[in-house]
Design a protein around this ligand. Structure first.
Ligand SMILES: Cc1cc2nc3c(=O)[nH]c(=O)nc-3n(C[C@H](O)[C@H](O)[C@H](O)COP(=O)(O)OP(=O)(O)OC[C@H]3O[C@@H](n4cnc5c(N)ncnc54)[C@H](O)[C@@H]3O)c2cc1C
Length: 42
């Protein structure tokens, strides 16, 4: 089973902002964003 430090469900503005903040706070952490739609708005 694969693992990640942070899993974010939904790549809307909130998911994107959380991912960006996590990246700044935890530069070495693995972050996965799951999005059900195929379009990548951000
Ligand atoms: C018609 C309309 C017009 C709007 N116009 C404006 C505007 O002009 N200005 C403004 O400031 N705000 C506007 N808003 C509001 C704005 O869109 C929302 O406040 C903002 O997008 C909320 O961001 P969010 O990240 O919480 O949710 P969302 O943007 O809805 O993002 C959630 C994401 O999660 C994904 N998701 C959901 N369930 C799952 C799942 N089970 N698995 C994986 N992915 C999933 C969705 O596909 C989506 O991409 C508008 C909203 C609507 C509906």
């Amino acid at each position: 089973m694969e693992s990640t430090d942070f899993l974010i469900v939904g790549a809307g503005i909130i998911g994107f902002a959380v991912a960006r903040e996590l990246r700044q706070r935890h530069p070495k952490a693995s972050i996965v964003v799951l999005e059900k739609e195929s379009d990548d708005e951000y």
